[in-house]
Ligand binder design. Structure first.
Ligand code: FES
Length: 604
């Protein structure tokens, strides 16, 4: 059968006799976002499907109005493949639209560098001393100031020719093996620091000799087409033939494209990129390695590997020098991954006596409490509310998303990404809105919409929807959003679930060390979401503990910063291994008191 995808105008011939438009589009890397992994529970995978003759499923009847259905709108994850379908992927968020924090070209490593891969100009004239007790291989080691480096057989074979022809060469080597002997005129030695987020991919191109970030790139993780969270990725692996390869291929093709673009922009050959440090949550790191992460998805939730030894680039599928080195940032547990190990290192908390709370807020919010003497870590299943999923008009932080909300004199002020007409609300806007609704008495401490509130103008925005649920009108109906943007009682409940999970995680870690929020010296917020939330509102809502604002600091994408450190400093990489070993993982859900604490922490 033939299916055409618009607006890219790509006609696909498939032999598949079953399956959905969403499955085919995801395999082709075309999107759209399918936040619930195609379960039909989020209603966010709308497409326009011309020539569709199939009957709408129950999920489509639930999420699409009769008018939308008659106009040809369908849900990608529900709409079956049919010959002659013309599918418009329409307003699926494009990668370039997505708001990802700007990182830091020009950033320089502040301590003494000790890169994963080094390059040194060496003299090849040592054999002329006529020492019969030496060898070409030993000359190589002596000249690089190393001992016992493994020399690959191909390089050994080429040594006689190289020593005969050249007086000097550039030796490229790690701390355990030689990689290459090159012409000394070839330029530098480079690496890439990679953060594989569940939602976003970030790559930094690094000059390993000067330990400087040359350039950066970010994209949406193409695996989002297979589901918003890590568990939906595991379910793809378990339920689909070649599911793991599909996810790995999608990931690698994006990473390789980003690396090639960065190299081209900076006048480099990808062959001069000799190292990569890869940081991500445990499931993303498993998928990158092509290792089935399924054991993490079932009790006792343990990963296949926590600390993967460095590997040769050619075995990873990453398009850098095939003899280069891949360093994987070690994981703490199945749900506290290398991204958090990297973050703890980057935050400096493990080098200091200051008691620090590190948080990375997302669908799984990871929390680490500690200092140089102890580390306690947990993962709070906050759910995807702050990614905009399961919120009536929630959306990712892309153009058209409301990212700021403030109430002023009865008016509602909105900040919209891309200065566009509002189309929905993203995580930072949700935090602002809920904090403002609490302050103005539109909702009470239990999250319930109030019958009255001091500001009648704001209160007049509350009405009952056709399902009898109260909702707050954030943005009046307009052309782009015929029903306007509303925030319902159910949406407030979703936020409470997220807030309750995070607050309970923080509370349990503090109590395990007999600490109170006031004992914290620092609260470090990491990750993309943390860049945009208003910290005061996050504290007022109870997502972050009640500490004075000067103790809270945002440190950016600490996962990629840690990966950068691992690339340019073996000392930092060794520290990350120590962090992963030393951190004590606290399993929240198995605690008998978890449910009761969670329920009480749902209150604001
Ligand atoms: S309803 Fe289709 S992905 Fe959620």
């Amino acid at each position: 059968m033939r299916i055409t995808f618009l607006p890219i105008c790509c006609t696909v011939t498939t032999e598949a006799e079953s399956g959905t438009v969403g499955q085919l589009a995801a395999c082709l890397g075309l999107g759209p976002d399918q936040p619930c992994g195609g379960e039909g529970t989020c209603g966010k995978c709308r497409i326009l499907a011309e020539n569709a003759n199939s009957f709408p499923t129950g999920a489509e009847l639930q999420f699409l109005t009769p008018k939308e259905l008659s106009d040809g709108f369908r849900l990608a994850c529900q709409c079956p493949l049919e010959d002659g379908l013309v599918v418009s992927l329409g307003r699926a968020p494009e990668m370039k639209d997505r708001k990802i924090p700007k990182s830091d070209p020009g950033k320089r490593y502040a301590r003494k560098p000790e890169p994963v891969v080094r390059k040194k100009i060496i003299s090849l004239t040592g054999t002329r001393d006529n020492d019969p007790g030496t060898s070409l291989a030993e000359v190589l080691c002596t000249q690089t100031g190393t001992e016992d480096l493994r020399i690959p057989l191909e390089l050994l074979k080429s040594l006689p020719g190289i020593f005969a022809k050249r007086k000097s060469a550039a030796a490229v080597f790690t701390n355990s093996r030689f990689i290459a002997l090159e012409d000394e005129k070839t330029h530098g030695v480079f690496g890439v620091a990679i953060d594989i987020g569940t939602t976003s991919l970030v790559v930094w191109l690094v000059d390993l000799e000067s330990a400087t970030v040359l350039d950066t790139a970010s994209e949406l993780n193409p695996q989002t087409s297979f589901g918003a969270d890590v568990l939906s990725r595991i379910s793809v692996i378990q339920s689909r033939e070649r599911g793991l390869e599909m996810l790995k291929d999608a990931l690698l093709s994006s990473l390789n494209r980003m690396i090639a673009t960065l190299a081209r922009k900076n006048g480099l050959d990808t062959g001069s990129i000799y190292a990569a440090a890869v940081s991500g949550n445990t499931i993303m790191e498993h998928i990158f390695l092509g290792v089935d992460p399924s054991p993490i998805g079932r009790s006792p939730f343990i990963p296949v590997t926590r600390c993967t030894p460095s590997l040769k680039a050619e075995s990873s599928g990453l398009d850098i020098n095939p003899r280069g080195e891949i360093v994987m940032i070690p994981n703490i547990s199945g749900f506290v991954g290398g991204d958090i190990t990297a973050g703890v290192e980057a935050s400096g908390m493990f080098r200091s006596s200051a008691i620090t709370l590190f948080t990375d807020i997302g669908t799984n919010s990871e929390i680490v409490l500690g200092n140089r003497d102890f580390l306690l870590a947990c993962s709070a299943a906050a759910g995807p509310a702050f990614e905009g999923a399961r919120i009536s008009h929630g959306m990712r932080a892309v153009n058209g998303a409301v990212e700021r909300v403030a109430f002023q004199d009865g008016n509602v002020l909105l900040g919209v990404i891309g200065e566009k007409t509002p189309e929905g609300i993203c995580g930072s806007g949700i935090v602002d809105l809920v904090a403002e609704m609490l302050r103005s008495g539109l909702i009470d401490k239990n999250g319930k919409f109030s019958d009255t509130s001091p500001d009648s103008r704001l209160h007049s925005r509350i009405s009952n929807n056709p399902q009898g649920l109260k909702e707050f009108c954030l943005y009046e109906a307009g052309e782009n959003k015929p029903g306007g943007i509303v925030f319902t009682q159910k949406d407030v409940r979703e936020v409470q679930l997220a807030k309750g999970a995070i607050a309970t995680g923080i509370q349990i870690l503090l109590e395990k060390k007999d600490l109170k929020p006031g004992d914290l010296d620092r609260v470090v917020v990491a990750g993309a979401f943390g860049n945009y939330i208003n910290m005061k509102n996050a504290v007022d809502m109870g997502i972050l503990p009640k500490v004075s604002s000067e103790k809270i600091e945002y440190i950016g994408n600490s996962s990629v910063i840690g990966a950068f450190h691992a690339l340019v400093s073996l000392k930092d990489y060794r520290l990350m291994k120590k962090i992963a070993r030393k951190a004590e993982f606290v399993e929240l859900s198995s605690r008998s008191d978890f449910q009761q604490r969670f329920l009480s922490n749902m209150s604001f």
